[in-house]
Design a protein around this ligand. Structure first.
Ligand SMILES: [Zn+2]
Length: 233
């Protein structure tokens, strides 16, 4: 957890003077009762639209995302799944480029990455300053110049990691919370935030100045239908 300490020291030292801090948490009632489960919930009923990638995009915007080596290989795989879903949704307009962070990076190396506009996905635990809010599962701190996604790994099980990272990458791309939304609801609900719904994509499209009609999103039960959405651009 050397990275976690370095990251903590960066935060404490005020090096990370950052504009946006967003937290994803379980509602306390859910935390008390254990993760939400819904017997009728069926992930296979959900799929992504698959629009053609426009041939002429005026230069893909690449965002580097460095993943902490403290994540085990199966955890990295789950983080990678979230990043791949976002890349599909972003359809070539923005590309998230995941890279494994070198082991035990120096604080100098971390500062250099931060100055380059990169994002760092850091594995921390409940003792970390980013974990002050007791119900938080993860926290994204940063803005257009990059930042940190803190995954508070001792607060939830690995099967929720992809969904938690999907939500945090939404923040990384500029989305806020939507109390009536799915992925970007402020409280994590396993049956509700497992894919990137149109509402989340619309917030990112607005923040990144992307044409929503040329992006993809998840469709399925309880989500806006692709055909219905097509009339509402
Ligand atoms: Zn959030």
């Amino acid at each position: 957890m050397r990275l976690a300490r370095l990251v903590a020291s960066l935060v404490i030292s005020g090096l990370a003077l950052l504009a946006l801090g967003m937290v994803l948490g379980f509602a306390s009632a859910r935390a008390a009762n254990g993760p939400a489960t819904n017997g009728s919930y069926d992930v296979s009923a959900y799929r992504y639209t698959d629009k053609p990638t426009p041939a002429a995009i005026g230069g893909t915007h690449v965002l580097d995302i460095y993943v902490d080596q403290d994540f085990a290989p199966d955890e990295r795989e789950r983080i990678g799944l979230a990043i791949r879903q976002w890349n599909h949704v972003l359809n070539g307009f923005v590309r998230l480029r995941p890279t494994l962070l070198p082991p035990d990076p120096s604080s100098h190396a971390l500062s250099r990455l931060r100055r380059s506009g990169a994002w760092i996905v850091a594995k921390v635990d409940s003792r970390h300053p980013a974990a002050r809010q007791p119900s938080a599962l993860a926290m994204t701190v940063g803005g257009s110049g990059g930042g940190f996604v803190y995954v508070i790994a001792d607060r939830f099980g690995m099967r929720d990691l992809t969904a938690v990272v999907l939500h945090e990458v939404g923040h990384l791309l500029g989305a806020g919370h939507d109390a009536h939304g799915h992925l970007m609801a402020p409280v994590y609900d396993r049956s509700n935030g497992h894919c990137i719904d149109r509402g989340a994509v619309a917030m990112v499209a607005a923040a990144q100045h992307l044409p929503l009609s040329q992006l993809n999103w998840c469709v399925g039960p309880g989500l806006e239908d692709a055909r219905y959405s097509a009339r509402r651009y």
